[in-house]
Design a protein around this ligand. Structure first.
Ligand code: ZN
Length: 454
């Protein structure tokens, strides 16, 4: 069992939906119903605070059904949904309610919603917080769809005072449009089947400049800042300094930035397109270093499915292809393959993929660790077995992935959400019973207490 106190043999005593105690196997009550998982590892259910559930509006890209199925298969027990790619976007309460409506009866795991911060919706921020979103997301660059606008410094200055009053975090897609537009202009007429062309079109300066801007605003307004999908190691020094100074900033990166590398992405291989782009091997190694030093706090998937046609596989055009990688069902084996090779432990994975994302989402009182009083969310994981990725492993209704054909270490055997088995060796035994977690206002300020809703 991977517990906050370390890895040790034992038994998890589950009563109803909660963990009652962690005990020695000899200390189980006589009348307890036993399940023996042998030498397999028990990890806390994974929490993914960066997932795109494109329902309502773009359910064919991946909606509650498909996404939470992939999540259960991957050992995830709680997801937080990004406010864009669905129509309507979650930028006001009407959009939030539309999402809640369509989620009914479809979720195999628990979930929560981020609200959107877009140009002109500053007056919705506190209303959305009252309605139960767990925090907010904004883009400093065009997000690629029309229903969600980007914000600039001026917009942020208008919205941040509202955010501060909610006490909730702001998640930021940190790339500035300036350096990207300039680079793209320079590259006009180049061969966009080449991965190198795409890589050059999204330079590191775009990320570094955006993070710089957000850190200075964080300094001024003192809000909980979270940098999503950090792809460049060039920002690590700046982030290290900000943390040392005590700024309330957290950072995530994704399995694809920690596993893939620009050098081996073939030309035309658009399933690997995401933004910011996967950079070079040397950069990836420095991201790992940042993770070890806890400058990067967590690893989340940015699970973002789309219909295969949008990846333009036949043309292999990196400019026209949709950017996004869907990896909920594979993230744990991908991370274990890399982590094991680098001498990191299952405890590190539990912290990066469960404890820290739970804290960002504000559900750290229920999710993110194997301990008495916590939700009985756990994964039975075989850390020794290896498998080759095929379309059937994806469990997401689509067969497109940059990981097809890869040999990975570690197999998710079973997943339990609040004591009920939601995944067992390729099958999904239960009817969906996932719930939404919401913030509720409190007397002593906002957002410290979370309620759970059906
Ligand atoms: Zn995303």
């Amino acid at each position: 069992m991977v517990t906050p106190e370390g890895i040790r043999p034992g038994a998890l005593l589950v009563n109803g939906e909660q963990i009652e105690a962690i005990v020695g196997t000899e200390d189980l009550p006589k009348d307890a119903i036993r399940q023996d998982f042998g030498d397999l590892a028990l990890l806390p259910g994974l929490v993914d605070s960066h997932v795109h559930i494109n329902e309502p509006g773009r359910t064919d890209w991946g909606g509650f059904q498909n996404v939470t199925r992939a999540a259960a298969a991957g050992g995830y027990t709680m997801l937080v949904d990004m406010p864009l790619n669905c129509i309507p976007a979650t930028t006001n309460v009407k959009g939030l309610e539309a999402k809640r409506q369509v989620a009914q009866g479809k979720c195999r795991v628990d979930w929560g919603a981020w609200g959107g911060m877009v140009r002109g919706n500053e007056n919705e921020i506190e209303v959305l917080a009252d309605a139960g979103v767990l925090g907010f997301k904004c883009f400093l660059v065009h997000p690629g769809i029309e229903e969600f606008s980007m914000v600039d410094e001026q917009d942020l200055r208008g919205a941040l005072p509202h955010l501060v009053r909610t006490g909730l975090p702001l998640l930021v897609h940190a790339e500035l449009p300036g350096p990207i537009d300039e680079a793209t202009k320079r590259l006009s007429g180049q061969n966009w089947r080449r991965y190198e062309t795409y890589l050059q079109s999204r330079p590191e300066e775009a990320e570094v400049g955006a993070i710089q801007l957000m850190l200075s605003l964080c300094h001024e307004f003192r809000f909980r800042l979270h940098i999503v999908h950090l792809a460049t190691a060039a920002a690590l020094d700046m982030l290290r300094a900000a943390k040392a100074e005590g700024l309330p900033v957290t950072v995530e990166t994704c399995p694809h930035y920690l596993h893939l590398e620009a050098e081996t992405i073939r030309d035309g291989a658009t399933p690997s397109k995401c933004a910011p782009p996967i950079r070079r091997r040397e950069n990836r190694e420095r991201l790992w270093q940042g993770l070890r030093e806890q400058i990067i706090d967590m690893v989340v998937t940015d699970h973002s499915p789309c219909p295969p046609a949008m990846k333009r596989i036949e043309e292999g055009d990196f400019q026209k292809a949709w950017g996004g990688i869907a990896s909920l069902s594979l993230a744990l084996p991908i991370m274990w393959t890399e982590a094991h090779r680098r001498g990191c432990s299952l405890s590190d994975l539990a912290r990066w993929m469960s404890g820290q994302p739970a804290r960002l989402a504000g559900c750290e009182a229920w999710k993110g660790r194997l301990a008495a009083g916590y939700d009985a969310d756990f994964v039975v994981f075989d850390p020794e077995s290896e498998f080759t990725v095929t379309a059937t492993c994806l469990h997401q209704g689509q067969s497109m992935s940059p990981y097809l054909g890869e040999k990975l270490r570690g197999v998710v055997n079973r997943t339990f959400v609040r004591g009920r088995e939601v995944f067992r060796e390729g099958e999904f035994p239960e009817n969906p019973h996932g719930r939404e977690l919401r913030t509720v206002p409190t007397f002593a300020g906002r957002a410290r207490v979370r309620s759970r809703e059906n």
